[in-house]
Unconditional design. Structure first.
Length: 511
């Protein structure tokens, strides 16, 4: 490692200008907020003084970049301060207590959460490690969701600067990013971060494929840009003719890793990736979304099966929009996504959008996870958040025990179970392996013959507990579900699929 970083007479790292963070913020910051953030920067800068990253840059450039990412997604002053301070207790002489005294309990809790998350160790089998990580993330989320958001920003910057690390480390970190951090960003609906994490991980995990896809993308963009501009101009004219106000319209190309996934399905033929280009249309109200869709369909024929109403049926992570794919001018195919400004912010920043819209009010973030059921039941939420904090204090270091406690009260009417590869399945309380099987796929449900919960055989009417890993055993010989399952299946989707399969069986018999 080379020279010591230079500091000016105030001890500040001169290459960094805190105003950059203020400018990057999605939310306007008051002078009081700016002062708070500036203080945190000065504190962190002094604490890390003399430390260098692997790249040779002053360490503080990392903390600064993390805070900048957090500002870009519109987080509050405590989160930005915690972003600046997140590596202080771990890597410097300054302690968590000092941070608490200086910046208050909120920032202290956040920095503490990050420090704990960073202590995750690789041990046991790969699968076990993966689940352990997911669980810890959930625990951290329960305490304060902002911890996880800071962690994502931290990982994003580490991925952006991964070149400085040795090859084996690059690969391990990229894999972990793809399998865990991108999944969590997705779960939180922060698609901006999820997309960039995936693309960066892709670059290190499959460099040759990455280069190939990049080349395909760039060629395609070159030939598509002019067309896209024409189409957007036409759409503007069309829609205003129909009296629909457009707040914004722009085109985007698919992210590289997502493009790669699609290309693999279509023999690497980019012409068959219909949503390579998507036009985003932002209109004022929900009703305008549907009107715009009608107006577009009136002129351009939609592709069968590609009209998706995520407004009435949001994706599990809360994503809302109308999607359609149409044969545009010159018969070229493209996708249109129609949404309101609020939906747009939530689509890009997910749970983080919450801080863009409201100054205060942690707790509300749960509506992103449970948009239907739990929205509006706030007093209860606050109660369980404080309950969780109590437990965490009591149990302290033993995560396993804490997780057990969590199973009892957390998500009173909801449980999360995991597939063996770590996918999260959300179920109602008292759900059984049959519900779990149908939640994955009706074919899995129909052919289910047994189940394992955390590795142990359990009957199909077993009541799944929160956090368990459920494996469904299937047999081809079993053609139809057992009618008795109706007595214990909990989800309406499982019940209706069982009934449907039984009707099919009757029809088959009476043929
Ligand atoms: Mn860090």
């Amino acid at each position: 490692m080379g020279q010591t970083p230079k500091h000016n007479e105030n001890g500040m790292t001169p290459t960094l200008d805190i105003n950059e963070i203020f400018k990057a913020s999605r939310r306007p910051l008051s002078s009081e907020e700016r002062k708070f953030i500036t203080d945190a920067f000065t504190f962190a800068d002094e604490a890390h003084r003399g430390q260098l990253r692997k790249s040779g840059e002053p360490y503080i450039t990392h903390s600064f970049a993390v805070a900048r990412i957090l500002a870009e997604i519109g987080m509050d002053k405590e989160t930005l301060a915690a972003g600046l301070l997140h590596d202080v207790p771990e890597d410097t002489e300054r302690t968590l207590d000092e941070i608490g005294k200086r910046f208050g309990p909120d920032v202290q809790v956040l920095v503490d959460g990050i420090t704990k998350l960073s202590k995750i160790r690789l041990r046991g089998s790969h699968e076990k490690y993966f689940l352990e990580n997911l669980r810890k993330m959930f625990l951290a989320m329960a305490a304060d969701i902002r911890v996880v958001i800071i962690k994502l920003a931290d990982r994003l910057h580490n991925m952006r600067t991964l070149d400085a690390l040795p090859k084996e480390k690059q690969e391990r970190i990229a894999r972990e990013t793809m399998e865990i951090f991108a999944q969590i960003a997705n779960r939180l609906g922060i698609s901006e971060i999820k997309g960039e994490l995936e693309d960066l991980a892709f670059k290190y995990l499959e460099p040759e494929q990455y280069a190939e896809v990049l080349e395909i993308e760039q060629t395609r963009v070159k030939e598509g840009t002019k067309y896209l501009e024409e189409v957007m101009k036409t759409l503007r004219k069309d829609l205003s003719q129909d009296g629909i106000k457009i707040l914004d319209i722009d085109g985007r190309t698919k992210r590289l890793y997502r493009l790669y996934q699609k290309l693999k399905k279509h023999d690497m033929d980019v012409r068959r990736v219909y949503d390579f280009i998507a036009i985003r249309l932002i209109v004022p109200e929900i009703v305008d979304c549907y009107e715009a869709l009608g107006s577009i369909h009136k002129r351009y024929r939609p592709l069968v099966g590609r009209i998706k109403d995520y407004i009435s049926l949001p994706k599990p992570n809360g994503y809302q929009s109308l999607h359609t794919t149409v044969f545009g001018p010159e018969g070229r195919i493209f996708e249109v996504q129609i949404r309101t400004p609020k939906m747009h912010t939530e689509a890009e920043y997910g749970i983080a959008a919450h801080w863009v819209y409201t100054e205060r009010g942690r707790g509300d973030w749960r509506t992103f996870f449970f948009p239907k059921k739990d929205a509006g039941s706030k007093p209860k939420e606050v109660a369980w958040v404080s309950q969780l904090k109590e437990w965490q204090k009591e149990v302290g270091k033993d995560n396993q025990e804490f997780w057990q406690g969590l199973k009892i009260e957390f998500f009173k009417n909801h449980i999360f179970a995991f597939t063996p590869i770590g996918d999260i399945i959300e179920l109602p309380e008292d759900a059984t392996p049959v519900d779990f099987a149908y939640a994955i796929h009706s074919e899995i449900g129909n052919h289910a013959v047994g189940a394992r919960a955390d590795g142990k055989m359990v009957p199909l009417d077993y009541k799944i507990k929160n956090g368990q890993v459920i494996e469904i055993l299937v047999a081809k010989e079993r053609e139809y579900p057992n009618g008795d399952w109706l007595q214990f299946a909990r989800t309406s989707s499982a019940k209706s699929r069982i009934r449907r399969a039984m009707r099919d069986r009757e029809a088959e018999r009476t043929k």
